[in-house]
Structures are given as C-alpha cells and as structure tokens.
Design a binder for this molecule. Structure first.
Ligand code: F6R
Length: 251
C-alpha cells in the first residue's frame, strides 16, 4: 500500500488528479470507477480544469459509479448520477453514454443489481476511486458487509443518513436504501485509490489502514488488494501510528 500524506484538501486533490490523469492518458480505452461525495469534488474539479487546459481527455474513458440511492426521482439533484453529470460530463469530453450506474428505478431491483454487477465485472475497472465513511464504509457497504459481497440493495445506517443529510434539502433526509457495488466487486478492480480528508475521517482511516481486516470496518478490505494508493490530508492522517516509518510519503 502506498500512503500519501498531503497537507490539505487542495494538495490531496492534486495528487488524486495525478493518479487519475496517469490512468486515463495511456491512449487506450479505460474503465474508471468513481465514488461520489464531498471528498471527490475537488479531485474531479481538478480533472475538469486539466481537461480545459488541454492536458487531459476522458473521450476514451467509461465511468462506473459505485452506488446510487433508491427512491429519488431520476431528475433529483441529489442523485449520484447527477453529481457525475455536473462535475464531469458537462465539464469534460466524457460522453454521457459512457457513464454507467445502477438504475434505482428498475422494476426488479435484484435483477438490476445482477445486471450491474455483470457489467462492472465485464468492464474490468482498471482504477477504482474510493471515499470512506466516518463509520468505515466504502461505497455503501456499511459495517457488517461481507468481504464477499456483490452488487445489492442495502439499508443505509443511521450514521450515514445523518452524515449525508447535508446534501438534501432541509427536512428531507437521504433515502433509507441504496444500490451499491459489493466489497468483492470493488476488490476486483486493477488498482484502488482511496481518498480521505478531515479529522472526522481519522478514526475510520486508522482502523482501515492499521487495524485488522474486519467486516466491522468495510474499508479495511483494501488491505487485501495488491495495488492500493491512499491519499489523506493531515486531519484524516492524524491518528495513524506506524505509518510514518512504514510507508508514509510526505508532500
Ligand atoms: C459514494 C461513496 C461513499 C462516499 C463516502 C464518503 O459514492 O462511495 O462511500 O465515498 O460516504 O463521502 P464524503 O466524501 O461525502 O465524506
């Protein structure tokens, strides 16, 4: 595992964008897995800036989302699909039909989960971006999710719904359920890039990186992957113990 400790969110975004740029700039088609949420905003905005400067193209990239809420209207501003539309499709040359996500409006959600699982596996995602929840979740795999889990409908924890309430209009919280790629689906990607910012992520980051690999901390499953980069700011890194001597790359 390669751990990059950056001083602040801006530096985190630069490092994350460097990894993404290297991945999408080989001149060959690529499949990029993307997480949504606050942590991803600055890295994706930096990707859009590099595109505007002419240094980066997403024309050959297919994007696969990790998850989507169940129960929002297709046009809802809070849907993860809309997040990618706003931050990448409208800002870069990423084709709208190159964005793939589970359809939370499908009549048979279990069949839709199977379809999406199949599509993601077939796509062979080369680089998977991950955020981390304050409770240690990755995608919407909440504590207790099996490391063998695949794409499925899940019930969101109260903590996750509280944490994500800020994205929703006042008084209307996030839906109770979502479709998420499973942990095994995520671990099938060629490379993982986990990004975390802020002191409120410090406990989750230290448990994920330095605790045992356990289903009570879903993000600790990344320890089982052979190619992982973790980029953290000083707040998210603040509880890491052994990292500086083991594998910390300071910037
Ligand atoms: C969303 C996702 C989630 C987020 C996590 C952190 O697609 O995969 O696991 O990455 O909830 O969210 P933020 O960045 O908003 O703190």
């Amino acid at each position: 595992m390669r751990l990059v400790a950056a001083p602040d969110r801006t530096a985190v975004a630069q490092h994350a964008a460097d990894v993404i740029e290297r991945f999408v700039s080989t001149g060959a088609p690529t499949a990029l897995g993307i997480a949504t949420g606050t942590t991803m905003e600055e890295p994706l905005d930096e990707i859009a800036r590099r595109h505007r400067r002419g240094s980066l193209s997403l024309a050959l990239t297919e994007v696969y989302l990790l998850d989507e809420y169940v129960g929002l209207e297709p046009s809802d501003h809070c849907a993860f699909r809309k997040f990618i539309d706003r931050r990448l499709v409208r800002q870069t040359d990423l084709r709208p039909d190159a964005v793939h996500s589970p359809d939370p409006h499908a009549p048979d959600l279990d069949a839709e989960c199977n379809r999406y699982e199949h599509d993601v596996r077939n796509a062979r995602v080369g680089l998977q971006l991950l955020g981390i929840g304050a409770n240690g979740h990755i995608a919407f795999n909440e504590p207790g999710s099996a490391f063998t889990s695949t794409t499925r409908v899940v019930r969101l924890s109260e903590q996750t719904r509280c944490d994500n309430a800020r994205f929703f209009p006042h008084g209307i919280g996030p839906p109770a359920t979502a479709i998420t790629q499973g942990i095994d689906t995520i671990l099938a990607a060629g490379e993982l890039l986990l990004v975390a910012c802020g002191e409120h992520k410090a406990v989750a980051v230290s448990r994920a990186l330095e605790g045992p690999a356990t289903v009570s901390v879903p993000a600790s499953a990344i320890q089982l992957h052979p190619k992982v980069t973790v980029i953290v700011d000083s707040g998210a890194a603040s509880l890491l113990q052994g990292a500086p001597s083991r594998h910390l790359e300071a910037h």
